[in-house]
Design a protein around this ligand. Structure first.
Ligand code: FES
Length: 318
């Protein structure tokens, strides 16, 4: 399976907040981009080595552009640093169709939205939609400081009539908003959303564990599992008729790419699902957050960006 990518170019880059750029992407011919729904992300191919996922923050009724907000992560894997330090206005990039792994339940009576840091991006897209629908919502947004908070202008423009609670943690996200209290105070019929740092998501998952899963929605920007790089197994890429050794320190994806194959992938973190590959034989060592527990137990597929093998030989459909 390969992803359809289309050329877009950087129409503008503007300062959004300290270490956050707002980037507008358009088609070279100025035409309409594929439609999206709130909560969607796109996968951007920045160069041969870097493909990253970014949430769309513009109004989902717009077709002439995609807007993203990119936080520069000094300790990340290079995508955000590339966009902050190397990319320029006018530069071409490749962009996937929008994918929505964090959809909004538009029928909910109430939506309780919790965002930490750059996790505000998909949440803002939801707020715009909820406003169009005239639905009830409340927002709890924790950022490190006012200077480092994205989308403040838009949120403040909504005015005091909206239930918006913005707070700052003075540089340490550990001191985060009280997710437990927010969930405890939420109406029983509210849908609950959370996007933010792993610590925040862990608390959210724990508090929401007893609730009906259809009410609980999360999106992660970073996997919390360890990427499997123990190696020490033989990888058989059956379609390509190749037998490859996966050594310590390597992922299956790296080994396939080094062998000249072109498997689909995006986040390289076990989050997006782009690299899902059918397993023909062998037992995967699942490390992703994309497959359900049942899917992992079935062993029918593997996310090759982050998972390894529990058996000496793993045969996959590549
Ligand atoms: S590339 Fe995103 S899950 Fe593997």
């Amino acid at each position: 399976m390969s992803i359809t990518m289309r050329d877009v170019f950087i129409y503008s880059m503007t300062f959004e907040a300290v270490d956050i750029l707002r980037i507008e992407l358009r088609l070279p011919d100025g035409g309409d981009l594929p439609a999206f729904t709130s909560g969607s992300h796109i996968n951007l191919k920045l160069n041969d080595k870097l493909t990253r996922s970014y949430s769309l923050i513009n109004d989902a009724s717009e077709r002439h552009r995609y807007l993203i907000a990119v936080h520069k992560d000094e300790h990340g894997r290079g995508g955000s640093r590339y966009l902050h330090e190397t990319a320029r206005v006018g530069q071409k990039l490749q962009c996937s169709e929008p994918v929505n792994a964090f959809p909004l339940n538009e029928d909910a009576n109430m939506s309780v939205l919790i965002a930490g840091g750059i996790g505000i991006t998909p949440i803002w897209s939801m707020i715009q939609r909820l406003e169009v629908l005239g639905k009830k919502w409340e927002l709890h947004y924790r950022a490190r400081s006012r200077e480092k908070a994205a989308l403040l202008t838009e949120l403040e423009a909504l005015g005091r009539t909206r239930n918006i609670n913005i707070s700052y943690s003075n540089e340490t996200m550990r001191d985060m908003c009280d997710v437990r209290a927010i969930i405890a105070n939420a109406p029983d019929d509210a849908d609950l959303y959370c996007c933010g740092p792993l610590e925040m998501l862990e608390v959210f998952d724990e508090v929401c564990a007893p609730l009906d899963v259809s009410r609980v929605h999360t999106e992660r920007f970073q996997a919390d599992g360890e990427i499997a790089v123990q190696g020490g197994f033989i990888l058989k890429a059956v379609k390509s008729n190749m037998e490859l050794e996966v050594k310590e320190g390597q992922t299956i994806l790296q080994v396939l790419r080094d062998a000249g194959l072109d498997p689909a992938y995006s986040c390289e973190s076990g989050l997006c699902g782009e690299c899902q590959t059918r397993v023909i034989s062998g037992e995967p060592d699942h490390q992703d957050l994309y497959l359900t527990e049942e899917e992992k137990e079935s062993g029918e597929s593997i996310m090759i960006c982050c998972s390894g093998s529990l058996t000496p030989i793993l045969e996959i459909d590549q």
